[in-house]
Design a protein. Structure first.
Length: 128
């Protein structure tokens, strides 16, 4: 049972995950090569040598998505990420988003983080 079902499934998941990560960073590499060909800096603003650019692209995606379900999924992703940019976006959602349920979901994601900025904001919300 394990040899015929579980092991191939694990192999498929590993290959799929590696492919998705590889494609993400191939897009970054493509952007860097195009920037080099045009003699400009390219995506170098986020992290060392632009390595966090795919995460910044996901943060920017939240602002352009109108679909509520997609925004909920992005909040879940930001809650799982450890980068400070993800925490910044959650803080921004808590402070500025007009949808009460999305703000509540972002507060829940911030509660699980060990970031002093998140703790400070949550204490401010409690004091109100």
């Amino acid at each position: 049972m394990i040899d015929s079902f579980v092991i191939p499934l694990v192999k498929i998941l590993i290959v799929l995950n590696a492919t998705l990560v590889g494609v993400t960073y191939m897009v970054l590499l493509e952007r860097k090569v195009i920037a080099w060909a045009q003699s400009r800096l390219g995506p170098m603003r986020v992290g060392p040598y632009g390595i966090l650019q795919p995460i910044a692209d996901a943060v920017k995606l939240y602002g352009t998505v109108a679909d509520r379900e997609m925004r909920q999924q992005l909040i879940n992703i930001y809650g799982q990420r450890t980068e400070p940019e993800a925490t910044d976006k959650l803080l921004d959602i808590v402070k500025n988003d007009t949808d009460y349920n999305l703000r509540r979901q972002a507060i829940g994601a911030l509660q699980r983080k060990n970031d002093p900025r998140a703790t400070k904001l949550l204490l401010e919300l409690i004091d109100k």
